[in-house]
Design a protein around this ligand. Structure first.
Ligand code: ADP
Ligand SMILES: N[C@@H](CCOP(=O)(O)O)C(=O)O
Length: 320
């Protein structure tokens, strides 16, 4: 579970007293999530999420993330809205960690997304891209093509313990991606981690997006590629073109893809698979025994990558 920092009752009561949300009624740690500590806070004014940012988040990036959520929320996109304390501060410190209180979103994430979920996601992704067009914040993607190799290099000598030949295969793959990565696609603010666990639904309607802590400025179509990987493969890792078609068509209905974006989708999808492969591989091989967060399987992303490697055009993803 993802409660890395235990907050004592007294510290939490004092923290909550600085907000205009009434008295603290109860709170509990949230088991889901990987990166940060999250508590569900029940106060007189309702439910809130308290996040303590752990080691992987650069504190210097936090104003970007919080301002982005405020911006998107102001544009009508449902995402957590940072709550300001009586001094107007959204970003504070609790138990020695940067911390922020957020509005609570209704809805549940879907373990087995269907075609209609993928369609709804595609439309919402395009809406998010458009809503962020005039967001002025800057943050480079710290997990883009040039960042994958150092992460891989740190564990490459043990990669073959997962699968013989994996290190050489991914070394060649990195070389291909580094040489051929598209550089002039339309850019904007991307979520960069829009997996099913970061999208809440009420029935098949998206009720909110969470976890903007990888958001950055990068190619908009790369965000689509992340979603193709995360939403359009079945548990047996076969590709579901019906889900992909629904997602891509809904996206393109709200934000038209350029010809270059269309042509680049296969390599972007291959790169997006590499991005999650390398971070998962690193976590898998550096997982402290007994740690409570279970590492995610890197080989799932090696298999997705192999699928994209033989895709010749976006038409194979169901796009006309
Ligand atoms: N604003 C919110 N409203 C409702 N639940 C939330 C909210 N933010 C986080 N959660 C809950 O906390 C869990 C973990 O949040 P997440 O941001 O994904 O953590 P991490 O960054 O550690 O991966 C989510 O799956 C969800 O259950
Ligand atoms: N989505 C990433 C891991 C990041 O986890 P999250 O809970 O912050 O979305 C992966 O699947 O590797």
């Amino acid at each position: 579970m993802a409660v890395y920092t235990e907050v004592p009752d007294e510290a939490l009561s004092q923290f909550v007293a600085d907000y205009e949300i009434g008295a603290l009624l109860s709170f509990k740690g949230i088991a889901e999530g990987v990166e940060n500590t999250n508590y569900l806070v029940h106060a007189e004014a309702g439910n809130f999420i308290l996040t303590l940012y752990e080691k992987r988040v650069n504190p210097a990036d936090l104003p970007f993330f919080l301002e982005l959520m405020e911006h998107l929320s102001g544009k009508g996109l449902t995402c957590p809205l940072p709550v300001r304390d009586r001094n107007g501060e959204a970003l504070r410190t609790l138990c020695g960690r940067p911390a922020a209180l957020m509005t609570f979103l209704d809805g549940l994430w879907v373990r087995r997304p269907g075609v209609e979920h993928c369609r709804a996601l595609g439309g919402t992704l395009a809406a998010m891209h458009k809503a962020a067009l005039d967001f002025p914040g800057q943050r480079r993607n710290a997990l883009s093509v040039d960042d994958w190799r150092p992460i891989f290099a740190a564990v490459a000598d043990r990669a073959d313990t997962l699968q013989p030949g994996l290190a050489a295969e991914m070394e060649g793959e990195l070389r291909f991606l580094e040489t051929n990565w598209p550089k002039h696609l339309p850019t904007g603010i991307i979520h960069a981690d829009l997996f099913p666990d970061n999208v809440f639904f009420l029935d098949t309607r998206v009720s909110g997006l969470i976890d903007f802590y990888f958001a950055c400025r990068d190619a908009l179509a790369y965000d689509i590629a992340v979603c193709l990987n995360a939403w359009c493969f079945e548990p047996d890792l076969s590709f579901n073109v019906t889900k992909a078609r629904a997602m891509l068509t809904a996206y393109a209905g709200r934000r038209r893809l350029t010809g270059d974006e269309y042509d680049a989708l296969p390599i972007l999808a291959r790169g997006a698979a590499m991005r999650f492969f390398v971070t998962r591989l690193y976590d898998w091989l550096n997982h402290p025994p007994g740690a409570f967060v279970r590492p995610k399987d890197p080989l799932e992303y090696a298999r997705r990558l192999r699928f994209h490697r033989v895709v010749r055009s976006a038409a194979e993803y169901g796009l006309d």
